[in-house]
Design a protein around this ligand. Structure first.
Ligand code: FCB
Length: 443
């Protein structure tokens, strides 16, 4: 067991990392002047999170970051992806900056520098300051301007100390789960609002890119999108058309504006674009050159028009989230992106990982299923590279077990187990496997 696969060989320049996000691990919800975000409001509203939990304490990373960076370093990775809590550095999302908040991230960066770990930061991992939500949140076009100011400030302060800055993490989720079906903060169920929000997120990305370029940040700049290839459940014309539509409204909906300066033709053909407001200049603002694209991949879309819909077979099984394990979908997706977007920049797999109902037995967590999952997906990445896609790095989601949004603490994605009662961290077998694997690459 635990022998890294000999057939997997990546370039020595390949980036190996682990990923987290602010609200899911930091805790310190009111520490040192942090303002509330929409996730604080949402989790404190009864009925929104399965186990009734909040991110008030989470992994207490705000107070334990030094120990956590030691753990990161022990995994032999060279990179760490994390996000900045906007309301920690600017409590209302406009107006005064909070120096104590910036100090936390400066100290974290200092500790990473000491351990030679490169920082890859995300500006927005879903936690809008409540102060901006009170003014209309992402439905309000003004929020895009506030986001650009925040981006410029972070780039000005930290641009020289980080390898990459991503504007958004998974805007699809912010729009469709935050505004489409109310599963995520701020908990609105209105598909027209979701469209407007997705446009404002894209616009804010473009404005933030321009604002960060203007401060001459040497960090590489990009965005992180969650993506999936869409497989028709059968070869019926209906399923095929539905799968094409699914791909258009999820993947191309974000990729086409960014790389082609327009919404996908399929959407223009079948949607009433007058439902939401796009100013004439917006599409050119959204289309900014990127230094990298972050791809988060967990599963494919399996599209069936039957009632009830056909379910995927799951030949390799399903995760504890109920998500089908389908590694070859990652190869398919990356090859499809390369074929469709001639301007596709370097790609990082910024998230990929598996929730497992881990058990501690005699002090050990034997998570062979997670090891298999990572190995299979690395094979899929390797196949995409062989097919000509410029993939430059892989970040496992997640470093630690953490607050999994509306699933609370029930779902464990970490390479490192967290006992939430004591905050004790225990490396799982997958953590040892990942370390051995990365070391074997260097050798
Ligand atoms: C992604 C999110 C990340 C985490 C994983 C499991 O959609 O970006 O925060 O919740 O899923």
């Amino acid at each position: 067991m635990n022998n890294p696969s000999a057939s997997l060989v990546f370039s020595p320049a390949f980036t190996w990392g682990v990923a987290t996000s602010a609200y899911q691990i930091e805790g310190g919800a009111t520490a040192d002047g942090r303002g509330p975000s929409i996730w604080d409001t949402f989790t404190h509203t009864p009925g929104k999170v399965i186990d009734g939990s909040t991110g008030d304490v989470a992994c207490d990373h705000y107070h334990r970051y030094a120990e956590d960076v030691d753990i990161i370093a022990s995994l032999a990775v060279d990179s760490y992806r994390f996000s900045i809590s906007w309301s920690r550095v600017q409590p209302l999302g406009y107006g005064a900056w909070n120096e104590a908040g910036f100090d936390f991230y400066s100290n974290l960066l200092g500790k990473l520098e000491e351990k030679n770990i490169k920082a890859h930061i995300t500006l927005y991992h879903w936690d809008l300051p409540q102060g901006l939500q009170d003014k209309g949140g992402w439905l309000n076009r003004e929020t895009t301007l506030r986001f650009a100011e925040y981006a410029a400030e972070v780039a000005r302060r930290f641009g020289k100390r980080v390898a990459t800055i991503a504007t958004h993490n998974e805007p699809w989720c912010t729009a469709n789960l935050g505004y489409g079906n109310a599963q995520f903060a701020p908990g609105v169920a209105d598909t027209v609002q979701a469209l407007q929000v997705s446009h404002h997120l894209l616009l804010s990305h473009g404005l933030a890119m321009q604002a960060m370029r203007a401060v001459n940040s040497p960090a590489r700049l990009g965005i992180v999108l969650n993506q999936w290839p869409a497989t028709p459940a059968t070869d019926s014309a209906e399923d095929i058309a539905a799968a094409e539509w699914e791909y258009a409204r999820s993947v191309q909906w974000f990729m086409d504006p960014i790389f082609k300066g327009r919404y996908p033709q399929k959407a223009l053909d079948r949607m009433d674009m007058a439902q939401f407001q796009v100013h004439p200049e917006d599409m050119q603002i959204i289309r900014q050159p990127l230094d990298f694209l972050g791809v988060n991949y967990y599963f494919r879309a399996f599209v069936s028009t039957e009632n009830p819909p056909r379910q995927p077979e799951g030949k390799l099984g399903f995760s504890d989230m109920g998500w089908e394990i389908y590694p070859s979908g990652l190869t398919d997706l990356l090859l499809q992106l390369k074929a469709e977007y001639p301007d596709l920049p370097a790609v990082y797999i910024t998230e990929n990982g598996m929730a497992v109902a881990d058990q501690i037995v005699d002090g050990k967590i034997n998570d062979q299923a997670r090891i298999n999952y990572v190995q299979w997906h690395l094979e899929a990445v390797q196949a995409a590279i062989a097919g000509g896609v410029n993939v430059q790095g892989y970040f496992y989601w997640s470093l630690l077990d953490n607050f999994e949004w509306n699933s609370g603490y029930e779902k464990r994605f970490g390479l490192v187990h967290v006992d939430y009662a004591t905050q004790k961290r225990t490396l799982k077998e997958s953590a040892y496997w990942y370390r051995n694997f990365i070391r074997s690459q260097a050798a």
